[in-house]
Design a protein around this ligand. Structure first.
Ligand code: SF4
Length: 755
């Protein structure tokens, strides 16, 4: 087992200058810095506003104010949430800013500098003959955008992130489909698409089957490929409570994240904050990309120790015999060689799972961003099913979703895999048949744009440029599109690098807590929140002119469709949108009553407390998962200059501790000891093998470019693996996709590191 003991130091929270636990004083000082500053009053007002947290999909922000989670527990706000709100409370970008700076000048900004420019507060356009953005009226915006949408529907596309509401998401897909386009790319194509695809094939439902209340009943959680302390901080409280009641936490991750070893939670000042709480009971550090092999090893140990629940398999699953047969026939040596984890370590994990009563299997992008990502999901689901840990309280599978309403977008039909049932409901609503042409997901949209096959792209939030691999291609592809419309609250790199051939528009919209109407959002655990209407500080600033996303989309739809079976303009009132959602989105009927009852709710048929799954047979379907064949890069394939000191590694891209998706809030990463963003985290053993020193500057080369002057930082990462920050490192590689779900393999990128 990996040695996680800390060396003796005078300061128990630091070891050789690096933190020995997650959370802690850093969190408190961040809260203090933000809440006591000049904008502290506004920040508190927003924290107390009844609306879902802007940041992750854990879904904080409940009935009685912004501090409640969906289980009505109080004090559930983390520093990440504060970061996101503080950023939206910035002053507007000065009125003449865009006149002063050309696009080439703005392209010199990094992600954090772009974000820090301030809030967008009036619409701007960059025309093809100009080198800069200029202010434009909303009338001209509608005229240009409406004209841009009068194209062959297959040459229209949209991209979205989970920032917006369910209502805006529903309108977006209704607009696109009513025009005949299914090109509804979404940020989830780049992250959790494998979870949706895999879980749907196994269980008939593509989201978490576990509620927050279930988590509180589990006695074991297997956390795979997740850095929850940074990205879903409130989950840490659940892990602390689970350990306190005697449960086990198995962590599987090539990198030892300090907060997954020990975490000091400000929510428990006495018992956790001062000394820290132990999180992992068992930490497995596999070779990057070998997770299916890890789970096959665990399954083999379960089988050999009679921890398989045959009764459950026979009654509630299909295909289990083939899975058992595969596991039985696998050689331990092949499993161990593939994942690099000893049999003993896998057996310890199997014993913890096999002897627990209620096990939750949770994962994030360390599992989904691989070229065999759907197989990874199958292997996790198989492990849950082999032990009867699905379809009962306190147990099951739980993808940990990223952006606050990313799951809501999928539910609202912003997907290229719309259920036939929903398609037919939309046809009934629109009283016409809709296109069945396969739409483009995010990678396919970029490829189509690169082939000059897209004329108009509407981006509802997000940063399609920086979120993609191979930024040279992304820039070129976006540059082939005639008109791009970015609907955003703040500037990002995409606005300056993703410039269209003819017109690029940036349209400013209200943040979630500022909308003049109520909206809804869906948490990763299937809970629908009602966000109260609010006001924006920007309304009091001179020259500002923002609207809501719902207002923009319904007005555009009205201009495009005129008089139709739907009164598009009346959809400016989101109550009507909620009525349409209730009629056409499966299991969302309760949203139709929410304006009268104010009752937030769990979506029907998503949480499984009995093993009746929404598949044709009512049984879960198990799939055989092949052992991955992991090829290691050789230096020869990188065509390096002669006489270089070099090493080939597998890179995983990741977010720093102060980053929300492509938005960077702070330069360094305190918990990983990375002082700035141009660092590579690698193991000392790899550094020694290559003849490098820590803090030395190196060049990192991928298959699409290289980054120079990168500082080496040693950390507890699996030998042969490295970590760098996205989106910056996306510039240097193109990535294969998992054909089953379209997600690029961001977590297994071959690189050469050299001087
Ligand atoms: S855990 Fe996620 S949802 Fe909860 S407060 Fe933190 S960022 Fe927001």
């Amino acid at each position: 087992m990996t040695d996680l003991s800390n060396s003796e130091t005078d300061n128990p929270t630091l070891d050789n200058g690096k933190p020995t636990m997650g959370g802690g004083w850093q969190v408190i000082s961040y809260w203090a810095e933000k809440t006591l500053d000049i904008k502290g009053g506004m920040l508190w007002k927003t924290l107390l506003h009844k609306s879902a947290c802007l940041s992750c999909a854990w879904g904080t922000g409940g009935q009685k104010g912004g501090f409640q989670n969906e289980d009505e527990e109080n004090l559930q706000r983390c520093a990440k949430s504060v970061e996101a709100i503080a950023s939206e409370l910035m002053e507007p970008i000065p009125q003449h800013f865009f006149e002063q700076y050309s696009i080439p000048e703005l392209q010199k900004l990094n992600s954090m500098e772009a974000d820090r420019l301030g809030r967008l507060s009036f619409p701007v356009i960059k025309r093809n003959h100009s080198d800069r953005y200029e202010r434009i009226t909303w009338d001209e915006v509608y005229a240009i955008v409406a004209k841009a949408f009068q194209k062959d529907p297959e040459r229209l596309g949209s991209y979205s992130s989970g920032r917006s509401s369910n209502e805006a998401a529903y309108l977006l897909q209704l607009l696109m489909r009513s025009l005949g386009s299914n090109n509804l790319a979404d940020c989830s194509d780049l992250c959790h698409s494998a979870s949706t695809v895999g879980l749907k094939r196994v269980f008939g439902s593509g989201t978490s089957m576990v509620s927050l209340a279930d988590l509180k009943q589990s006695d074991c959680i297997v956390l795979v490929g997740s850095n929850a302390p940074a990205n879903h901080p409130r989950l840490m409280n659940e892990l602390i409570k689970l350990r306190d009641r005697g449960g086990k936490v198995i962590v599987i991750n090539p990198l030892i994240e300090v907060g997954l070893v020990k975490f000091a939670s400000p929510a428990y000042p006495i018992k956790s904050f001062l000394k820290g709480s132990e999180i992992s009971s068992h930490y497995i550090q596999p070779i990057s990309g070998s997770d299916t092999a890890v789970f096959l090893g665990i399954q083999k140990a379960l089988l050999e120790n009679n921890w398989i629940n045959y009764e459950f398999l026979k009654q509630h699953t299909e295909g289990w015999e083939a899975v058992i047969e595969q596991v039985r026939s696998l050689d331990w040596a092949d499993i161990i060689n593939t994942c690099g984890v000893s049999r003993e370590e896998l057996e310890i994990a199997a014993e913890m799972i096999g002897t627990s009563q209620r096990v939750v299997f949770a994962w994030a992008m360390g599992i989904t961003q691989h070229s065999n990502a759907v197989d990874n999901i199958f292997s996790i689901a198989n492990t849950a099913l082999l032990t009867g840990n699905a379809g009962k309280e306190g147990a099951g599978t739980m993808p940990i979703r990223g952006h606050s309403n990313v799951q809501g977008f999928g539910s609202m039909g912003v997907t290229i895999r719309l259920k036939e049932e929903s398609m037919q409901a939309l046809e009934k609503l629109l009283q016409r048949s809709l296109s069945r042409v396969q739409g483009y997901d995010t990678r396919a949209l970029i490829e189509a744009s690169d082939r000059h096959e897209i004329d108009t792209l509407l981006c509802l939030g997000g940063n399609i440029y920086a979120a993609n691999p191979d930024l040279t291609q992304a820039k070129r592809a976006l540059g082939n599109i005639e008109t791009i419309i970015y609907i955003s609250t703040k500037p990002n790199l995409g606005h300056f690098h993703g410039i269209a051939k003819e017109n690029t528009l940036i349209l400013p919209v209200f943040a979630r807590f500022e909308n003049p109407h109520k909206t809804t959002t869906e948490s990763g655990n299937n809970f629908v929140r009602l966000n109260d209407e609010g006001t924006s500080h920007l309304n009091q600033r001179e020259g500002t002119d923002l609207i809501s996303e719902v207002e923009f989309l319904s007005e555009l739809a009205d201009r495009l469709h005129g008089h139709d079976v739907i009164n598009w303009r009346s959809l400016q009132d989101p109550k009507y949108i909620r009525q349409l959602i209730a009629k056409t989105i499966p299991d969302y009927a309760k949203i139709g009553e929410i304006d009268d009852t104010n009752q937030e709710f769990t979506i029907a048929n998503r949480i499984f407390h009995s093993p009746n799954f929404p598949t044709r047979s009512g049984k879960a379907k198990m799939f055989v998962t092949p052992l991955p064949k992991l090829e290691l890069p050789t230096l020869a394939s990188f065509n390096l200059p002669e006489h270089t000191k070099a090493i080939a590694l597998i890179l995983g891209t990741g977010r720093s501790y102060s980053q929300h998706n492509t938005v960077v809030y702070k330069d360094g990463d305190y918990y990983r000891g990375m002082p700035h963003r141009n660092c590579i985290l690698m193991s000392k053993a790899d550094g020694d093998r290559a003849g490098f020193q820590e803090h030395q500057r190196v060049t990192v080369r991928g298959n699409a470019g290289e980054m120079a002057n990168v500082e080496i930082i040693y950390g507890q990462i699996r030998e042969g693996s490295a970590l760098m920050f996205y989106p910056e490192v996306n510039a240097i590689f193109s990535a294969p996709i998992d054909e089953q779900c379209g997600t690029p393999a961001f977590k297994r990128v071959p690189i050469a590191v050299y001087i």
